[in-house]
Design a protein around this ligand. Structure first.
Ligand SMILES: [Zn+2]
Length: 283
């Protein structure tokens, strides 16, 4: 086992503690700098109450003063982020990145070495995964994809274009790819007057094009529509939810992104089975 992994997990858990803050504060425009406090009695937390995961269980999931039960959501996000750091490192998507970022090819050949370029590429990729975690759960909890996370996502993607050699042409091309992917979602947004999908989803579609290009981005959006239709249909059947009730679309887009990044050959194979076309040449 790579000796870096336990360390990565611990770093991930600590970062996850920060992601919790982003998930809960960005959607309501609260400052992310203030000290964490109990949502119920507003008391500021002491340093020993802020240790990720550990504090939660030592305090047996309750606030020390008002005894209000704390949500398991917080340690869940921390452990999840720790796991994402380890998995993102172990399953570093070399094939995906080599297609989407030709400037990284030389770096990816020896991606198990410890050069600065490899480190930067992995750090940028973990950054992308962190913004995905925040956008996913902020949209699920508050129906908002925070603009700051969209910017951070674009920033980490931009970072990938700058490693080893700067690929200006591709950056410009990818900005156009973002517009191509944004248009269908913008059309849905305008047609449903914002009830079908939010404007955050439209902006996210641009980010998809910028980060992964047209073909990968189309694959992600396609999976999002399939997933949204299936889950929406099941919810209507199970809970007899009305068609109007809100299911955020962002998490489906982000799940589509993750599936495309880590399992594109499978997506490609299924596309071939269903439609007889292969997405062999990602642009
Ligand atoms: Zn309290």
């Amino acid at each position: 086992m790579d000796p870096v992994l336990p360390l990565l997990f611990v770093i991930g858990v600590c970062v996850g503690s920060f992601l919790n803050v982003l998930i809960d504060r960005l959607p309501v425009n609260e400052t992310i700098l203030g000290r964490s406090h109990c949502d119920h009695c507003k008391r500021s937390l002491q340093w020993y109450e802020l240790i990720p995961v550990v504090s939660f269980f030592i305090l047996s999931a309750r606030c020390r003063t008002c005894k209000t039960k704390l949500s398991y959501f917080y340690p869940f996000i921390e452990v999840l982020t720790g796991a994402v750091f380890v998995l993102g490192w172990v399953f570093f998507p070399v094939d995906f990145l080599a297609f989407a970022y030709p400037n990284l090819k030389a770096v990816l050949v020896d991606h198990n070495s410890y050069s600065i370029s490899v480190f930067l590429a992995k750090a940028a990729f973990l950054g992308i995964l962190c913004t995905i975690i925040v956008m996913f759960f902020a949209d699920l909890k508050y129906y908002i994809i925070p603009d700051w996370m969209q910017l951070a996502f674009a920033y980490f993607a931009l970072m990938l274009f700058f490693i080893r050699e700067i690929d200006f042409e591709r950056i410009v091309y990818r900005m156009g790819a973002g517009i191509v992917l944004l248009l269908p979602l913008l059309a849905i947004y305008l047609y449903t007057k914002g009830r079908g999908i939010g404007f955050g989803d439209v902006k996210l579609a641009w980010n998809l094009g910028f980060f992964m290009g047209i073909i990968y981005g189309m694959s992600a959006l396609y999976l999002a529509f399939i997933g949204g239709a299936v889950v929406g249909g099941v919810l209507i059947l199970l809970r007899r939810k009305k068609m109007k009730s809100k299911v955020p679309f962002g998490p489906f887009i982000l799940a589509g992104v993750l599936i495309t990044i880590f399992a594109f050959p499978w997506v490609n194979y299924l596309m071939y089975l269903f439609y007889g076309v292969e997405l062999l040449f990602p642009l």
